[in-house]
Design a protein. Sequence first.
Length: 394
Amino acid sequence: MLAGSGWMEERSMAELVLDSVTKVYNPKSRHPVTAVDRVDMPIGDGEIIGLLGSSGCGKTSTLRMIAGFESVSSGEIRVGERVINNLPPARRNVAMAFEGYALYPPLRIRDNIGFALLRDRHPAAEVARKVDEVTGLLEIGDILDRYPPTISAGQQQRSSLARALIRDADAFLLDEPMSQLEPQLRAILRARIKDWLITRKMTTVFVTHDQTEAIALADRIAVMEGGILQQFATPNDLKERPANLFVASFIGEPPMNIYTASVYRDGDRLGLIAEDQAGNEAFRVALPGEDAAPAPHRQLRDGQRVHLGVRPHRVRLGEGGLLGRVTSHHWLGDQTHIGIELGNALLIAVAHGIFEARAGSDIAIALPATSLHIFDHDSERALFHGMEPAERAA
Ligand SMILES: Nc1ncnc2c1ncn2[C@@H]1O[C@H](COP(=O)(O)OP(=O)(O)OP(=O)(O)O)[C@@H](O)[C@H]1O
Ligand SMILES: [Mg+2]
């Protein structure tokens, strides 16, 4: 008997599309809550999507609408050509691991996990084999004969995850599937789960607060804030081409250095004057001359107000025309975070390995034009990434 063979071929999956999906709770009350606001998300067959955002931004609401446990206020959810948002949950063929686990207390863990397959009349021996396989993967093979109230929160969470992963569904929705686990176990399981999802070509949307987890697991990440999808892109694009100031400051550890700045013109050269918190000049960076081709940043106007961003790991230390003063440095075991005062503004830099510098000492700094991100002052949308226009064909 070939373990798992036929399991994935049976499934006919297709694109899962969220089309302007909106959720308003208590719409008729005096305090309606718009939890999800016109979210567009086309998810490819077999794609792994991370839904990332702060508490209350609408992640669980989004998953529950896909699963059918919450109605859609407006918009449409489709699997392939099939509109599913008016179907009852049981007819959507979607598996979900809930934030609150939702295990059945009177059933042993083994029966909780095998429940959907037994209900769908899969042979008992096949279900037993699959339960063994998925619980081995998640390191809960030793609690299969216990009942939900008698196991730990981390074990309940993995049981709930196993109950979803074992299924044969069009889409898998995992709401913070590993939040209860310690970092070491999480890292091990993350790799195994990723392998499980990829091998079986499982279309997956998982929710997390943890950007490291999102980056490690997801093909693409949907960053949400205030019910609005801020950007839906690959982990690399989120870092290198953040769509707006929110994503730029949300993704990346330590966060991007961001300054209010204004454009100046000096002969045929443009540059930026970055400000400190009080609005005074902190430092200047020159942008490539007009002779440099391509130079789309020439669209910037003299005096234009912008936000300037630079990632800590793109700051070059010990070279360049800016002079700063080291204010702090923290060795984190594999890299050093260095606080530098530039004018009266603070710049955080990351150096690989141990960085030898005394607090209070001067340091030369370069901020290469290719590492600068420029955002519109008012809309906070990205204008340039490394001197390339932010708006390019997606
Ligand atoms: N049943 C409900 N009735 C009214 N408002 C709700 C309901 N469920 C959620 N909300 C509100 O909708 C917004 C989004 O909630 P949601 O649970 O989707 O957030 P989340 O991103 O999953 O947060 P967390 O990370 O804390 O789990 C919040 O403002 C929340 O208070
Ligand atoms: Mg939630």
